[in-house]
Design a protein around this ligand. Structure first.
Ligand code: NAD
Ligand code: SER
Length: 314
């Protein structure tokens, strides 16, 4: 029987991954862990307060709950990480090392950990970015993601600890807000558009980035978790792609449903976006575990508008 813990489980991705896993494995078998408290603990129980910088507590929780699988989502994202690189280092790199050490010491079966398009940098080819290419990110977040990918490979080869992960593009969703990334505009903009408010975009109108709708993000990480190990050449560094668009293209698509005003005032996040790819080659994921996305920009916008309207009571 599976016993899963999801670190950072209250975040944007955890908020949707946890219900998915609970449907599949049973509520009591999926434990949510986060450094912050939930608004209403009964809604998320079983819940534990856990700081991934505390290796001893991670080990204690694994033993107490008989955990065999970890989805390690706790992280400081790119924009927030540039405002506090020391915090990003500690949570993302020390935290990842703690999870791996705890996993090794307790014979954990599988650890799933997302990497990001932030693993790439200005020297990486920007279009159809290959899976195996130059990794010289210039954000602490990106440095932490490359470190995580390499540590995952190291622990697999040295200790047989099965650590897997995908390089997520910007994730778009309507249930929980994003947590301080460079791609957050692509979620925020829907709230302004649907409320008929003017949106000030912090990226340039032509800042094309790879993106993905949440149902595909959940599909990807759970598919990879179940892929036969022998089929995998890569481990925690799979490119995955679904769509790429610029703020201007997204605005045009949303305007098919609702008219709203937008102005562009790029800030420090533009420099981060400039260092990332425009589009991604995900042929390794397709070949090694059968990845393919369900949503493109048009179907994502249609679904976002429908669900957010309902959520906002519009
Ligand atoms: P998020 O910021 O929404 O959630 C992260 C969660 O981690 C938060 O609930 C936060 O409270 C928690 N956390 C922070 N510090 C912690 C600590 N010390 N100990 C325990 N918990 C802590 O992030 P997300 O979007 O859900 O991202 C999850 C994972 O996916 C991260 O590894 C992120 O890098 C990766 N990812 C996300 C995106 C995206 O667009 N959302 C894209 C690429 C990769
Ligand atoms: N969406 C994430 C960010 O912008 C990419 O990892 O930080």
């Amino acid at each position: 029987m599976k016993r899963i813990i999801v670190t950072g489980g209250l975040g944007q991705i955890g908020s949707e991954l946890v219900p998915f896993l609970r449907d599949k494995y049973g509520r009591e078998n999926v434990i949510v862990a986060d450094i912050r408290a939930p608004e209403n603990v009964e809604d998320v129980e079983p819940f534990i307060t856990l700081d991934v910088r505390d290796e001893e507590k991670i080990i204690k929780v694994i033993k107490e709950y008989n955990v065999d699988t970890i989805y390690h989502l706790a992280a400081i994202l790119s924009a927030r990480g540039e405002q506090n690189p020391q915090l990003a280092f500690n949570v993302n790199i020390v935290g990842m090392h703690n999870i791996l050490e705890a996993g090794r010491k307790t014979n954990i079966e599988r650890i799933m950990v997302p990497s990001s398009i932030a693993a790439f940098g200005p020297e990486t080819p920007k279009d159809n970015t290959p899976n195996d290419t130059v990794l010289k990110p210039r954000t602490m977040y990106g440095v932490s993601k490359v470190t995580g990918e390499l540590l995952a490979l190291y622990y697999w080869e040295k200790y047989g600890l099965d650590v897997r992960g995908v390089r997520y593009p910007g994730i778009i969703s309507w249930k929980a807000p994003p947590g301080g990334g460079t791609t957050d505009y692509a979620v925020e903009i829907f709230y302004y558009a649907l409320k008929g408010e003017k949106y000030t975009c912090f990226l340039r109108e032509d800042a094309t980035l790879p993106m993905m709708y949440m149902p595909d993000a959940i599909k990807a990480i759970t598919m990879l978790a179940e892929a036969p190990s022998d089929n995998l050449v890569h481990r925690a560094d799979f490119n995955i792609a679904a769509m790429s668009f610029s703020p201007k293209e997204l605005v045009e698509e949303i305007r098919k449903y609702v008219d709203f005003e937008v102005e562009y005032k790029p800030d420090y996040r533009q420099k981060i976006a400039d260092s990332w790819p425009r589009s991604i080659d995900d042929s390794a994921a397709r070949k090694e575990w059968g990845w393919n996305p369900d949503y493109d920009m048009a179907s994502m916008v249609k679904d976002m508008v429908k669900n957010l309207k309902k959520k906002l009571g519009l």
